[in-house]
Design a protein around this ligand. Structure first.
Ligand SMILES: Nc1ncnc2c1ncn2[C@@H]1O[C@H](COP(=O)(O)OP(=O)(O)O)[C@@H](O)[C@H]1O
Ligand SMILES: [Mg+2]
Length: 354
């Protein structure tokens, strides 16, 4: 009975069917009451017209008007002209089932949106908590030294310079934190443009090695290229940003590596389009449980050690942002007691996305 297929029951059809049934019943009944041959026809026609309009009108008025309101609610953003057309021409043709499907789809969509907002809200709360925590440490330290100096230590030739020096170090840390935050918020808001050019990645790594050579020497760490990957590799990327990625990775490798250890960079041509760059160390490594979260803002694998060394906890988050802004990916491999490797892909030529 395709005509009664509930999927396509429009109010018009519903009224039509109901009117036919009731009019037929009346016509049959009238056979027993009246004698004229045309009476049943007359009864049928009159009942049909009355029932049809009554039923249709009721449906329209009490159900479809309500549905229209619901639709208005759902499609708040639609242009009014379109809306009018929709209400007048499309909506009446929709069956109750279709309307119900639309509403369910809409509800599911809203639910997803709300869940996303909740997750963002949680993320934001955590970020603010972490930020307050990160700010507190250097500020308290500065406050402590300044108060001590004002309390009389200023005249004590033995300690005054040392205390001032310590306060200054904490100020430096605050400045680094604010710089990193600034960088991250720019990257997140999409305000930084990626200006790409072709260059030899090994040249950039050499620059970074030179810049960090004092820090490496201080710990007896040697910085090298992986044997067999010295062949120059051209990449197409934002040179300044990639330099920052390399500085962050090599600095971490030096900071968290073992004394007299090694930092080794490898550059590979993966395929026609992509290069793979990897910065490895033979340091203590990172526990497996930390790896999935290591790129999160303020996440530290070894809290006490990392705090002592004094990073902002934003270095790897910035690395991830920059690499993703290039449409590329960054990965980490690490084993406790063996070392860590951070690697990322880059385009080798222009005109290739991802
Ligand atoms: N090469 C590495 N070896 C061991 N641990 C590392 C290495 N690189 C990063 N980590 C861990 O990852 C954490 C996050 O690094 P990062 O985002 O650069 O922050 P920061 O260096 O300021 O602490 C570090 O605190 C450290 O625990
Ligand atoms: Mg770091």
């Amino acid at each position: 009975m395709s005509i009664l297929d509930t999927k396509n029951l429009s109010p018009r059809l519903l009224s039509y069917i109901t009117a036919i049934i009731i009019a037929s019943a009346n016509a049959i009944l009238s056979l027993f009451v009246y004698t004229h041959w045309y009476t049943p026809f007359l009864v049928f026609v009159v009942t049909f017209i009355i029932i049809y309009w009554l039923y249709y009108y009721t449906l329209q008025r009490f159900i479809y008007r309500k549905i229209k309101i619901i639709y208005k609610f759902i499609y708040q953003t639609k242009a009014t002209k379109k809306e009018e057309f929709f209400y007048d021409n499309i909506l009446p043709q929709k069956s109750i089932e279709e309307v119900s499907e639309d509403v369910q789809k809409w509800a599911a969509q809203r639910k997803d949106e709300i869940e996303m907002l909740k997750a963002n809200e949680q993320f934001r709360k955590e970020f603010l908590m972490n930020l307050a925590h990160e700010l507190r440490t250097p500020i308290f330290s500065i406050q402590g030294y300044v108060d001590t100096l004002l309390g009389g230590a200023l005249e004590d030739e033995e300690v005054n310079r040392k205390f001032l020096g310590n306060a200054s170090k904490s100020i430096d840390r605050l400045v680094r934190l604010v710089d990193d935050l600034d960088e991250i918020s720019k990257l997140e808001s999409g305000k930084t443009s990626i200006i790409q050019e072709s260059f030899y990645i090994q040249d950039l790594i050499k620059d970074v090695y030179e810049e960090l050579s004092l820090k490496a020497q201080a710990r007896g760490i040697q910085m090298q290229f992986k044997k067999g990957t010295e062949r120059p590799v051209v990449v197409y990327a934002d040179k300044q940003k990639i330099k920052q990625v390399l500085v962050n990775l090599v600095e971490n490798a030096i900071k968290y590596g073992n004394d007299n250890g090694h930092v080794i960079s490898g550059c590979y041509e993966m395929d026609d389009k992509h290069a793979y760059i990897e910065v490895s160390d033979d340091g203590p490594g990172i526990g497996e449980e930390h790896l999935p979260r290591i790129f999160e803002r303020f996440y530290r694998a070894d809290r006490s050690r990392a705090r002592h060394i004094g990073g902002t906890g934003l270095g790897l988050a910035i690395v991830k942002h920059i690499i993703e802004a290039h449409g590329q990916t960054v990965t980490v491999r690490s084993k406790l007691g063996v070392g860590s490797s951070f690697g990322f892909t880059l385009n080798r030529t222009s005109g290739t996305e991802g």
